[in-house]
Design a protein around this ligand. Structure first.
Ligand SMILES: NC(=O)c1ccc[n+]([C@@H]2O[C@H](COP(=O)([O-])OP(=O)(O)OC[C@H]3O[C@@H](n4cnc5c(N)ncnc54)[C@H](O)[C@@H]3O)[C@@H](O)[C@H]2O)c1
Length: 275
């Protein structure tokens, strides 16, 4: 894991104490916080500022980094263990959340991984094992996450909201090739889950983010070229704005998005219009 310097937070309003704010009373699980450059970190910060109670997940040796990043959040958050490849972790996560909160209102899926070989090999040469690993961690994992959280969300009068991070599905880039396919799988899993979970009052939506220089982002080959492409976005696009998706994530966790499921919010400066 590449260690990077602290990212300066943009000026924000004072953290709203739990009890007031758009997300007051919401209990939200946030996966995928590695450092303060993670997209999920900024989403979690904003959620706390808007009154939510937040629990993070971290995994393996990197859990230490997740714990460290909670020091700079408005309020320290508990970090529970979750490797999305482990059924046992999902079971323990559900029972820990049950014990802590007795229910869950929202969850952010912000997890992706691809073995480095997948970016090095030609599309036609990629080995099944690498593709399977990328697909299991980055796409399939939304299903066990939803399965673990469903009983905890079903208990709430307002149901629950699950949101996941993806890329614009029409982007076909040579270096991103298999990850593009995997993200399309994630999109399909999310849409099917939206159908499956709707009768239980649980909504499932996606956010398609433009490129941001995070740990996961910086392993993408030809990132610089992508950065130049996104400069053409109607609103412009800053690959160093790690907080870009935070507002959309809060909206999807809030009751303001109660009528939405199976949708994709584009947070890309409007670039998807031009693609
Ligand atoms: N950065 C971008 O340019 C960009 C653009 C669009 C979408 N996204 C998506 O946003 C999400 C978050 O990525 P990020 O850019 O913040 O990078 P990041 O590296 O900060 O986050 C990726 C997270 O995935 C976690 N992870 C990897 N394998 C895991 C496993 N087996 N179990 C549990 N967690 C695991 C890592 O610990 C890390 O916290 C990803 O889904 C990514 O594809 C990123």
């Amino acid at each position: 894991v590449e260690q990077q310097g602290a990212v300066e937070l943009r000026e924000r309003p004072e953290a709203t104490a739990s009890g007031s704010g758009l997300l007051a009373g919401k209990r939200i699980l946030v996966t995928g916080v590695l450092t303060d450059r993670s997209l999920a970190y900024h989403a979690a910060v904003r959620m706390q500022e808007l009154g939510a109670e937040v629990i993070l997940t971290g995994f393996g040796r990197a859990k230490r980094l997740t714990e460290r990043s909670t020091n700079t959040m408005p309020r320290r958050a508990e970090v529970l263990e979750l490797d999305v490849q482990s059924d046992e972790h999902f079971e323990r996560l559900a029972s820990d959340l049950d014990e802590r909160w007795g229910g869950v209102d929202g969850a952010l899926h912000s997890v992706a991984f691809a073995p480095p070989e997948l970016f090095k090999q030609e599309f036609l040469e990629a080995d099944l094992e690498s593709v399977e690993t990328a697909a299991r961690i980055s796409a399939y994992s939304l299903q066990p996450m939803a399965r673990a959280l469903l009983p905890l969300m079903q208990r709430n009068e307002g149901g629950g909201s699950i949101a996941a991070l993806t890329v614009e599905q029409r982007v076909r880039s040579h270096p991103y090739a298999w990850m593009g396919v995997v993200k399309n799988l994630l999109n399909a899993v999310a849409r099917q889950l939206a159908v499956e979970l709707a009768p239980h009052g649980v909504r499932v939506n996606l956010m398609a983010s433009g490129p941001v220089r995070t740990n996961a982002g910086s392993v993408i080959p030809e990132f610089d070229e992508m950065e130049r492409t996104y400069e053409r976005a109607p609103l412009g696009w800053d690959v160093r704005n790690h907080a870009a998706i935070a507002g959309a994530a809060c909206f999807l966790m809030s009751d303001l998005s109660e009528g939405m499921t199976g949708d994709v919010l584009h947070v890309d400066g409007g670039m998807h219009i031009l693609i």
